[in-house]
Design a protein. Structure first.
Length: 283
């Protein structure tokens, strides 16, 4: 709501309207700063702390691009608010943190479900075998995205400095592998939940469930990669704004969760076939 006047700037034509709108934008920017400050200092503090700890041991974790995206959008916004020049991205920062915490909450629920159902050894062995592969893909994806954001930021700074910050922020937001990190845990959690709702009657049935879980996990993993690859060129060209990149990140995480839930739904909806003899049919 506070960011809306800034998006209306280009639609005003008369000098009087532009002057009035500029005064409103200044006021709304300061109000947005007051609301965004606790989001960055409190809500995003675990992310910032995780990024520092990750870099201190020479590792590029998922928190690194997220923290860079938050700081890269927040600090220029504070400077532009103080100087009353340029664009601010407070709405992108708050949306990104809110959507990221939502995605992490879904991942936490999935991991807790896996822990509570750890007695299902076959599915747990499957989880351990594919988690390493998923983490490796996420690492390389994040590393490439960070390099790409830095290079394209320099290119846009040379072509159009006003577009450099939003492009870099959008790319950093897109580099968050939230959906990839949820791909395996959410699928395995759904498999465990389906076993709790309808216990398997044979080991063959568990093998079938594990195979189905593997297919869903691969759909989640590679589907999220494809989604990021499709959105990255749009963000690099300046078509995807930072707030839209945050929305796309949340959508990809929700799609992964919904796709994983298919495992539970398909198993709990199955009705075992029962043979009915002539006497039963006549009755």
């Amino acid at each position: 709501m506070f960011a809306f006047p800034g998006y209306m700037r280009s639609f005003s034509s008369s000098p009087a309207d532009i002057e009035s709108l500029s005064q409103v934008i200044v006021l709304m920017n300061w109000a947005s700063l007051c609301l965004t400050m606790p989001v960055v200092l409190y809500c995003a503090w675990p992310i910032l702390k995780g990024a520092v700890e990750s870099l201190s041991v020479g590792r590029v974790g998922m928190d690194v691009p997220v923290a860079l995206g938050i700081v890269g959008a927040f600090l220029p916004s504070v400077l532009n608010t103080w100087t009353q020049k340029g664009e601010v991205y407070y709405d992108s920062v708050t949306m990104f943190v809110a959507f990221l915490l939502t995605a992490r909450y879904l991942e936490l629920c999935a991991r807790q479900s896996v822990t509570q159902s750890a007695s299902h050894d076959l599915i747990e062995r499957f989880r351990q075998s594919v988690t390493g592969h998923a983490n490796t893909l996420a690492f390389w994806f994040v590393s490439i995205q960070l390099v790409l954001a830095a290079v394209l930021g320099l290119v846009w700074y040379w072509l159009d400095p006003s577009q450099a910050v939003p492009v870099v922020v959008a790319l950093l937001v897109m580099s968050c592998p939230c959906a990839m990190s949820m791909s395996v845990p959410s699928a395995v959690a759904a498999a465990h939940a389906s076993l709790l709702a309808r216990p398997a009657k044979s080991e063959f049935e568990v093998v079938q469930l594990t195979q189905h879980t593997g297919r869903i996990a691969r759909q989640n993993l590679y589907g999220s990669i494809v989604w990021h690859l499709l959105m990255t060129p749009l963000a690099a060209l300046g078509i995807v704004a930072p707030w839209l990149a945050a929305v796309s990140m949340l959508v990809s995480s929700l799609v992964v969760a919904a796709n994983s839930w298919r495992i539970y739904r398909s198993r709990t909806r199955e009705v075992p076939a029962q043979w009915t003899g002539p006497a039963a049919r006549q009755g």
